[in-house]
Design a protein around this ligand. Sequence first.
Ligand SMILES: NC(=O)C1=CN([C@@H]2O[C@H](COP(=O)(O)OP(=O)(O)OC[C@H]3O[C@@H](n4cnc5c(N)ncnc54)[C@H](OP(=O)(O)O)[C@@H]3O)[C@@H](O)[C@H]2O)C=CC1
Ligand SMILES: O=C(O)C(=O)Cc1ccc(O)cc1
Length: 443
Amino acid sequence: MVGSGVSPSSPVEEQPAIGLIGMGAMGSMYAQCLSDAGWKKIYVCDLPNKYEALKTKYENTGITVLRDGHLVSRVSDFIMYSVEAEHISRVVSEYGSSTKVGAIVSGQTSVKAPEKEAFEKYLPQDVHIVSCHSLHGPSVSPAGQPLVLIKYRAPDEALTLVENILQPLGSRYVYLSYEDHDIVTANTQAVTHAAFLSMGTAWASESSYPWEHGYYVGGIETVKVNIMLRIYSNKWHVYAGLAILNPSARVQIDQYARSTTEIFKLMLARDAEGLRARIYDARTRVFGNGDGSRAPILLSEDMLNRFSLGTSTPARAPLPNSHLSLLAMVDCWARLEIQPFEHLDLAATPIFRMWIGVAEYLFRSQERLDAAIDAAVHDLAHRSDDLEFVIASRGWSQCISFGNFELYKERFMQTATFFESRFEEATKLGSAMIQAIMDSSMT
Ligand SMILES: NC(=O)C1=CN([C@@H]2O[C@H](COP(=O)(O)OP(=O)(O)OC[C@H]3O[C@@H](n4cnc5c(N)ncnc54)[C@H](OP(=O)(O)O)[C@@H]3O)[C@@H](O)[C@H]2O)C=CC1
Ligand SMILES: O=C(O)C(=O)Cc1ccc(O)cc1
């Protein structure tokens, strides 16, 4: 194995050859970052039909484009597969046998059960496995974000070498097993995405960009809109993979739909006391008695207002909102006995961090929570949105339970197409909002 103490300033002949298979959003972000830092031997490929285009793109850079994963695997000391989780088995079965003897193999997939199976099945015994997962999207700066490392079949020096190779990302290493990775990411990502996917589907079903008409503008509404758009502007397969292939995810997404529906039934029955009891109970289970020792994630509503799409300030005082998506989220965490704050410091993605922040903002204020419960039972302004939301969350849960990628893609793309014209602005604002919240939570 290449000396594990190397750095980008080591002489070229001592540097490890780094191979990246899959040059989509994550693969190219890694290639650029590692090359910028000074790693000199970077070999990349995507599907052979993209060879010429990639070659042109990386001409005169330190990044060498090869025609396929065989060529990358046979020359590289560290190889990362950055391909769709749905395809990881097929891709590793194709190139795995070309892996250089003694190399370290890694994967970037968001769900590890299929990756682990593929590596065990198709990699030769004389190569090491140290996997990884950046817990953020490709348009977020990796600096300070969690980067999961999984030492599965490898000596300590192999882990040290991977740590050194990835050091230029500036990410914070989180060490997990393959199994714990999937439990943690189901708790943090899968169910969070279900909430935002459902918001998007609900608004698209009403053919509405509500923030352009003065609704869902300002404060936590801004977070809902920006993150929903951010998710729909990402690749559908990322969300499909981590929801459908993660063994723990389905149960949670099913519970989210159940919580949404049951709360909505209490609303329809005008059962204020039943709803209040259920929501207060969920609050105690998730937030405890609120000793106030942790600073809130969302520092101020004013700060969030800066990132509103459409109008920068609400056109009118916000209408009372049941915040059904949030009542259901906390209810769901409570019923699954998930303690979201335990994941916050260890392995929170930016989106999960903001989602807990929004839940906390609502649930840690008696006044805001009571206003939401009152609105849920007595106010009809959001009732039709809430109805669409219930249908959407049930639909997403059912779709994921079928395990059908094509169906998932159809649903996702139908909503994404509706919002597509708003993605550019939303991505800029969303990234700035995430950065502001990350900065404020690090100071
Ligand atoms: N995007 C995100 O926010 C994050 C994604 N991830 C994970 O990283 C992985 C990659 O995601 P991302 O980069 O966003 O997805 P992309 O779709 O942008 O990139 C995947 C790339 O791999 C290519 N590919 C497929 N098969 C092969 C093959 N046999 N040989 C070489 N290349 C191949 C794909 O080609 P084609 O499109 O033609 O199939 C595509 O260009 C996924 O597993 C995802 O879950 C992890 C963290 C964040
Ligand atoms: O922050 C999120 O949850 C995102 O949506 C971005 C993302 C998507 C997939 C990952 O594996 C990691 C991060």
